[in-house]
Design a protein around this ligand. Structure first.
Ligand code: UT7
Length: 338
């Protein structure tokens, strides 16, 4: 009997309606469309507006769309939902719990995974363990962020990069040899110095002073993070190719974290992949942190074919980074609603 793999069998995604363009940012901070485009590849990002709206509201739309694509799967069939997010609705309870409630997943338990921009990869591989060891048959993994909630719109070095959005995938057992085949996941806590949120956690609880000092916003030393991202994301993607006998010819797609077009180019170059095999939507969404990878799968689902070799790669705060090799399990055109 074939080994059981955890396969992605449906994808849902959502970005909020409001579009924040480079042109609008030019009126908010000292920047230009030309600088943002050439340095990052970003043209616009989506922003979630509305009082009381959080990451869960984005995720619920993605989960609902996923279930719409698979009418044979009822909300009550979902056993577990793992949510990767850096911008939870609240410190507690977990955003996963809020999503399961709002989406009517009455039989699912849930919890959050926090690994910054690599969170979706970490959560995906965590969810996969429950499938391959036979514990569960239907697991949803969400990657979502409302980055606008922790951005300082007076800081031109960070507010131009990030956006809001997220996606969800369904994991089910596969006995045809398709699904998640291999993963390399890494972290180095020393990197936390270069990308973090200074206040609001247990080490420095929020106070009037921390708010006045704007310490509840993203703090990033861009150049340093850039250097680590270029090296580590390219290295790990190359490593997963080598140990699975993957080549530029037999890899169908690279699904890279959308942090900066130049980091993506360095990774695909190292893998020897032509541009047409690289998923890219940073131009429209910016960096949605945990949302980037599922949003790529969502946008490109129609083009994915059963048996395609796909490499996902990410790098983020922590530092965290990793790559995952998936043999795609279905013809995307069958389910894509786009
Ligand atoms: O997803 C999680 C991980 N995060 C990342 O992977 C992000 C990695 N870092 C980056 O993508 C890039 O470092 C940034 C996009 C953040 C910045 O690009 P850069 O090419 O590294 O720019 P820089 O920080 O070296 O700044 C170059 C210049 C500076 O001016 P001077 O000192 O040369 O006069 C900045 O002050 O660009 C200036 N600058 C800007 N100018 C116009 C910085 N931000 C802006 C801006 N508009 N928005």
């Amino acid at each position: 009997m074939q080994k059981i793999h955890a396969a992605i069998t449906a994808v849902g995604g959502y970005v909020p309606d409001y579009i924040l363009t480079n042109q609008e940012l030019e009126t908010i901070v000292d920047t230009t469309d030309e600088w943002i485009t050439t340095r990052t590849g970003i043209k616009e990002r989506h922003i979630l507006k509305g009082e009381g709206k959080g990451s869960s509201d984005i995720a619920v739309e993605a989960v609902k769309e996923l279930l719409k694509k698979r009418p044979d799967v009822k909300p009550e069939d979902i056993e577990l939902l793992i949510c990767a997010t850096t911008t939870p609705d609240m410190q507690f309870p977990a955003t996963a719990n809020i999503i399961t409630d709002k989406a009517g997943l009455v039989n699912a338990f849930g919890y959050d995974v926090n690994a910054a921009c690599s969170g979706f990869l970490f959560a995906l591989n965590t969810g996969a363990q429950f499938i391959t060891n036979g514990t569960y048959k239907k697991v949803i993994v969400v990657g979502v962020d409302k980055m606008s909630s922790i951005l300082n719109y007076e800081d031109r070095t960070t507010c131009i990069i990030f956006g809001d959005g997220g996606g969800a995938v369904l994991l089910e057992p596969n006995d045809e040899g398709n699904g998640i085949i291999d993963a390399i996941l890494k972290s180095d806590g020393a990197g936390r110095a270069h990308l973090h949120q200074k206040a609001g956690g247990s080490a420095k609880p929020a106070s009037l002073e921390t708010v006045m000092n704007k310490e509840h916003y993203v703090y990033q030393e861009g150049q340093t993070v850039f250097k680590f991202a270029v090296k580590n994301m390219a290295d790990v993607a190359h490593q997963i190719m080598e140990r699975n006998a993957l080549t530029a010819e037999n890899v169908a797609w690279l699904v890279p974290h959308q942090a900066n077009k130049r980091i993506i180019a360095a990774t695909s170059e190292r893998m020897g992949l032509p541009d047409e095999k690289v998923m890219l939507n940073i131009e429209r969404y910016g960096n949605t942190t945990n949302g980037t990878l599922p949003l790529c799968l969502w946008d490109y689902e129609k083009q994915l074919k059963k048996g395609d070799n796909i490499v996902l790669a990410a790098f983020g705060g922590g530092f965290t980074w990793g790559a995952t090799y998936i043999k795609w399990a279905y013809d995307g055109a069958k389910y894509s609603l786009k």
